[in-house]
Structure formats: C-alpha cells, structure tokens
Design a protein around this ligand. Structure first.
Ligand code: C2E
Ligand code: MG
Ligand code: MG
Ligand code: MG
Length: 293
C-alpha cells in the first residue's frame, strides 16, 4: 500500500510543473537550515541625500548563498520564507538582529551616524510579539531606536488600518521610524496616510524607470505629485532605483530628498560598504564635478 501511495504521489508530481514544485520543496527545506548554516548575509545599499551627498541611511537587503545553487535572489526565496513561516523565525529575527549589530559596529568604528533600514514582511508585522522582537534586537545590539527604520508596504498598512496604527505607535515609542516601501504601486488611502505615524516615502523604482519614457512627461507628473504630497505631510521622500545621471538631476530639481540606486551605489557586503562610507560624501552638488562611483 505504501508503495501504491508512493507511486500515486510520484504521479502527482510527474506533471510539467513537477520540477518546479519539487525544486520549491527542496529549496524550502534548505531554507530551514540557512540561518544555522550561516548561508544568509545582509548586503547594504546607501540612501544618499541629494543636496549634500551624505549617506543618511543604508537599506539591509537579504542574500542567500545556497551551497549548490549559488546566490539566490530574495524575490525567489522571500515568498518561500513567507509560505513556511520562516520569515518570522528565524529569518526575520536574524535580519533585525544582524542589521542592528552591524550598524553599532559602524558607529563604534567612528563613521558618521546613519540609519539602517530593514524590510519587514506582513507576516512579521502582523504578529503580537513583533514590537518585542524589535525591542530585543535594539537592546541586545545597543542600537538606539532612532537609528532603525522599518520598511513596510502601503497595501499591508492599509489592509487593517487601526491595527497598523496601533502597532506603529508602539514602534514609535521605541524611537524607531517607519518608511512606506514601493510607494505608488499598492493601494493607499490618502486620508489614512495622513493618520499613520510614518516618516519616509520610498517612491517605487517603476516610476523612476518611467521618468525617461517621453520627453514631455512619462511618470514625471506622478513623481512631482508624490514629492509634493510627501513634503506636505512632512515626510522624507526617497527615489528608489536611480540609475542615470539624468534621473538624479531631475529628482534633485524637484526637491526629492534622498536617492537610492545603482548610479551612486549598489547593495554590497558590510565590509565593502565600510570602505565606501569612509571615503565621505559622494556628490558635492548637483551641478558640481561628476560623482564618485
Ligand atoms: P525593496 O525593499 O524594494 O528593495 C530594493 C530592491 O531594488 C533591491 O532588490 C535592490 O537591490 C534593488 N535596487 C536598488 N537600486 C536599484 C537600481 O538602481 N536598479 C535596479 N534594477 N534595482 C535596484 P533585492 O535586494 O533583490 O530585493 C528585492 C526585494 O526583496 C526587496 O525590495 C524587498 O521587498 C525584499 N527583501 C530584501 N531583503 C529582505 C528582508 O530582509 N526581509 C524581507 N521581508 N524582504 C526583503
Ligand atoms: Mg525596501
Ligand atoms: Mg523598495
Ligand atoms: Mg521596490
């Protein structure tokens, strides 16, 4: 009978999709051990003030060095980590703890202070004990709350607004700030946006890409509106995915506060970023000499 069941099970997976499905299961199994086998690593990408060229924050971006498959993108394994719950524990907890630890290490090395920005999955944010997890990451590392920012998506925040507001208020008490990630791609109620205690708007990369689409428009009016709205709500506005000089120039002219993208700096391991940070401001002024790469 067992053999029979085994055969049926095999048949279920012997469809076109089977390779993918089996691959997913294997990957999910491997992900289980990724933290304890030290296969996860954080890379960090600077968020640079357009006016001064100073690094105001770094975003922690998760990388998985799979023993057989090599480097796997978070776009592939974050969904698996969410389906399996691993995104909460151990992965999410590890990311928070590691990002805080590394930031304290940079502070102790005498680098100018900047925030560290950590992506938070809806599954983490939805948990009752999430605020405690953040509080212990801060306490254990010794990082002050004001140097930590959490990135959430608008769809998550808008789904259950009153719960979100309560959770954000508790995080605020720790001194932690909140960014809305991928802004403009989800569903935002402008009324709710004003009510939620947030600090930063990150305009999604797709708008920055669309900036070059046509000489007289493309996404420009939308970006202008997002910057104006962000500033009216006294938020810091970040442009994600800035890849060209022309994009940076235009965003600076529009008063966008921070830029994050391959033009000025790619995500990189902590050690490499340390060297980048030691070298000082990247941009003297928008009209000044060309940027250091
Ligand atoms: P995100 O939070 O929107 O992060 C920005 C993504 O854009 C990163 O991709 C970054 O490498 C990429 N990027 C930055 N500048 C440029 C640019 O100029 N051009 C282009 N083409 N891309 C740029 P990455 O590292 O592959 O991460 C993808 C997504 O995975 C993140 O999007 C975030 O949603 C998620 N993620 C990453 N790390 C974590 C984590 O620790 N926890 C959770 N829950 N999600 C994470
Ligand atoms: Mg992010
Ligand atoms: Mg983003
Ligand atoms: Mg994005």
């Amino acid at each position: 009978r067992a053999k029979e069941a085994g055969k049926n099970a095999f048949e279920i997976f012997s469809t076109e999709q089977s390779g993918d499905l089996r691959g997913r299961f294997e990957l999910e199994g491997d992900l289980h051990y990724a933290v304890q086998r030290s296969e996860l690593e954080l890379h960090y990408q600077p968020l640079i003030e357009i006016g001064s060229g100073r690094v105001r924050a770094v975003e922690a971006l998760l990388r998985w060095h799979h023993p057989r498959l090599g480097l796997i993108s978070p776009a592939t394994f974050i969904p698996l980590a969410e389906e399996s719950g691993l995104i909460v524990r151990p992965i999410g907890e590890w990311v928070l703890a590691e990002a805080c630890r590394q930031t304290v290490a940079w502070q102790r090395a005498g680098l100018p202070n900047f925030r560290v920005s950590v992506n938070v999955s809806p599954l983490q944010f939805g948990r009752e004990d999430f605020v405690e997890t953040v509080a212990s990451a801060l306490a254990f590392s010794g990082l002050e709350g004001r140097w930590l920012e959490l990135e959430l998506t608008e769809t998550l925040l808008m789904r259950r607004v009153s719960e979100s507001a309560r959770q954000l208020a508790r995080l605020r008490e720790l001194g932690v700030s909140i960014a809305i990630d991928d802004f403009g791609t989800g569903h935002s109620s402008l009324a709710y946006l004003q009510q939620l205690p947030i600090d930063t708007l990150k305009i999604d990369r797709s708008f920055i890409l669309g900036l070059d689409d046509s000489p007289q428009g493309g996404t420009r009016p939308l970006i202008q509106a997002m910057i104006a709205m962000g500033h009216a709500l006294e938020l810091t506005v970040v442009a994600e995915g800035v890849e060209t000089e022309a994009q940076l120039q235009w965003l600076g002219q529009q008063g966008c506060d921070l830029t994050q993208g391959f033009l000025l700096a790619r995500p990189q391991p902590a050690e490499k970023l340390g060297h980048f940070l030691q070298a000082g401001p990247t941009v003297n002024s928008l009209t000044g000499p060309s940027h250091r790469r």
